[in-house]
Design a protein. Structure first.
Length: 457
């Protein structure tokens, strides 16, 4: 059913607010009748963020469906964080909320205290002056937005029945409470994400497309494939308490957001974690510069050992204390120089020593050598360190062996499953993929299939 004249929907107005204004405009007292006229069903719950019945209200008011969906709901934002945007769109166009909760991940949100409706006291005065009536702003309703980004004041939260069409208070004499800088930054980030998907502008996606895992990598927070969850959760809970007065992210959710590429949840959780990670201080990377400094220290201590041995001192433990190094370290220097140091009684013959060194040069593991020769692992390490350059040679052998294994794993995966994307290849052989990314990136990018640019419908 359509009407000869229907007031236009205002900028940044929610569908619920539009229905409430029409309810007032028609001087209707029965909310069921308004719901039936606009949404083809009564009663019906109309959410401020993801309303139902878009197709029906568009037909009843003469508005374009896409205009209402893209500019007056948070469909653009949620469509970027759900597994099936088409299912979400179909649920919002219909007047049945049966599948909306699952399609939007709201059922798993766990952030009920951030629900309800919100208004800005200063926007009330501004709207009344400009339009003659105050209305609900879409930018105030998203979970996680606790302040007005236009006036920088905290929003007032009210609870209401979504089956009744009610406008916000038409008068609020308070000047509002100044919002914290962190709350403002988070609110602007959440709304930027919505704008990004609404107008298809790669703004936030350029900064946060890789998500939490990429931010952790940029901040050098990874140690191998692990993250210090205790430190991370402390930062998450601290900021969550400051902005929301409760914790919105559990450790389990944070872990899944970091490590599971197919984990879908409320966009506020994903964006809030990115927000926290963006504020984390960057750790110093383990660069070649630090390695060079370490090598310089080793060389310095080596010369100190040599000078001590040249002075006639051949006792290992006093030398170890003098250079602040282990006994095995100063012993290996002595062996390289041919210094006759004081020994404890040993039962290792020159033949055993020769076999240990030969097996070490062949690349056998220290524990394997120790087991085969009946000696301890530290003894094997001592003989390895006693041969100049052997330790570095073994390290390079292990690296080349690991490189061959990782390359072959990647090639096998691409050969067996040629339809896999880069993201799925990484998920299938995560350890090998990340090793190649750190140590053989040029070959990796030359071998991977071309990147695919998927556009969500």
């Amino acid at each position: 059913m359509t009407y000869e004249f229907v007031p236009p929907i205002y900028p940044d107005e929610t569908i619920y607010s539009y229905a409430a204004r029409l309810h007032v405009y028609w001087a209707e007292k029965n909310h069921r009748k308004t719901a039936k006229r606009l949404f083809g069903k009564a009663p019906i719950n109309i959410d401020q963020r993801l309303p139902l019945g878009i197709e029906h209200i568009a037909r009843a008011t003469g508005n374009e469906i896409d205009t209402l969906l893209q500019h007056h709901t948070f469909y653009p934002l949620f469509s970027g964080f759900v597994s099936c945007p088409i299912a979400l769109k179909e649920a919002m166009l219909s007047n049945s909320g049966k599948n909306l909760a699952n399609a939007s991940s709201v059922a798993q949100a766990g952030i009920a205290p951030l629900g309800g409706s919100r208004y800005c006291p200063l926007c009330i005065d501004q709207d009344t002056l400009q339009y003659g009536i105050a209305y609900w702003h879409l930018s105030h309703q998203l979970q996680g937005v606790t302040c007005c980004t236009t006036h920088d004041v905290e929003l007032v939260q009210v609870e209401q029945c979504t089956r009744k069409f009610e406008l916000p208070p038409q008068q609020d004499e308070s000047n509002g409470v100044i919002a914290s800088q962190e709350a403002l930054r988070l609110a602007r980030l959440l709304l930027r994400f919505n704008s990004d998907f609404e107008f298809n502008i790669p703004d936030c996606r350029e900064d946060y497309w890789g998500g939490p895992s990429e931010l952790l990598r940029l901040k050098n927070q990874y140690r191998g494939q692990n993250v210090n969850m205790a430190v991370l959760m402390e930062a998450v809970n601290l900021l969550s308490e400051e902005i929301f007065s409760f914790s919105i992210l559990s450790e389990n959710v944070v872990f899944k957001l970091i490590h599971c590429t197919d984990y879908y949840c409320h966009p506020t959780k994903h964006i809030f974690l990115c927000f926290v990670l963006d504020l984390l201080p960057a750790q110093q990377p383990e660069t070649s510069v630090s390695r060079d400094k370490y090598n310089q220290m080793l060389e310095r201590d080596r010369f100190r050992c040599i000078s001590i041995y040249q002075s006639g001192i051949t006792k290992l433990r006093p030398t170890s204390r003098a250079v602040d190094r282990s006994v095995n370290y100063v012993k290996s220097i002595a062996r390289q120089m041919g210094v006759k140091y004081q020994k404890r009684t040993k039962f290792i013959t020159p033949d055993i020593e020769a076999r240990i060194i030969a097996k070490a040069k062949a690349g056998l593991h220290r524990q394997t050598i120790a087991h085969e020769e009946g000696v301890s692992v530290p003894t094997v390490e001592l003989f390895i360190n006693g041969v100049l350059g052997l330790s570095d040679k073994r390290r390079n052998l292990r690296k080349e062996s690991r490189r061959k294994y990782a390359r072959q794993a990647l090639l096998n995966t691409m050969s067996n499953l040629p339809e896999l994307t880069r993201k799925n290849i990484k998920k299938a052989i995560y350890a090998d993929y990340m090793w190649l990314y750190r140590h053989d990136k040029t070959w990796l990018y030359q071998t991977l299939p071309a990147a695919r640019n998927h556009t969500k419908l």
